[in-house]
Design a protein. Structure first.
Length: 218
């Protein structure tokens, strides 16, 4: 049976690597594992995976260094960082710098699977499992939009991200009505946000992503 796509896992923690390898293999992907950044770069160059799941904090060569070298080899490479809570600020900066997404430990495998699937679909990789429905794709776009906000207070960004993520989870659970409730709460949160908590460009970016999901109030 043909695999969905090739996924390269680069992580120095064998337990994390094993979980990701087993999960994505069961999901229908061909998965290879590299135990450090140098091995990961060699595998990327030789194998050219569709998606790289890259640990951000590794000895000798950091995930950021590996990412920059991968981008030099293939500027459109899909790289999803696996991070700890302490590395979220760096992960958000790398997301603005071209990374595809990031997932925090302990890893939400459902979200990680969605990020990988959408990365594969957007790059016209070999198909086989279908693509998420439009609602899920738009919600994922909303979550990523909130994650890369550059001039929003941390509490406001966290509140918006929690609501957007909750809506995405509800949609994945086939509960669109609950997802819409989360989105309405997000719109109210956005509309009531003081100007001091969000820059105009950030507010406009979220409003645009949200507009694809919830009609603007008349």
């Amino acid at each position: 049976m043909a695999t969905l796509a090739r996924v390269l896992v680069v992580d120095d923690d064998p337990n994390v690597a094993e979980v990701l390898q087993e999960f994505f293999t069961d999901e229908g992907y061909e998965v290879r594992v590299a135990e450090n950044g140098r091995v990961g770069l060699d595998l990327f160059d030789a194998w050219r995976p569709h998606v790289v799941l890259l640990d951000l904090r590794m000895p000798e060569m950091s995930g950021e260094d590996v990412f920059l070298r991968i981008r030099a080899m293939q500027p459109t490479a899909a790289v999803i960082f696996v991070t700890g809570a302490d590395d979220e600020t760096l992960a958000r900066r790398l997301l603005r710098g071209g990374a595809t997404d990031y997932v925090q430990k302990p890893i939400d495998l459902d979200y990680c699977a969605l990020a990988v699937l959408l990365s594969v679909a957007s790059r016209s990789a070999p198909a086989g499992g279908g693509t998420p429905e439009p609602l899920v794709q738009r919600l994922y776009t909303l979550v990523r939009t909130v994650r890369v906000l550059d001039d929003t207070s941390p509490p406001m960004r966290q509140a918006l991200e929690q609501l957007a993520y909750a809506a995405l989870r509800d949609a994945l659970a086939q509960a669109p009505e609950h997802a819409q409730m989360q989105l309405e709460m997000l719109r109210r949160c956005l509309d009531s946000a003081p100007a001091s908590t969000m820059s105009s460009p950030d507010r406009e970016a979220v409003t645009e992503a949200l507009g694809a999901l919830v009609p603007s109030p008349r």
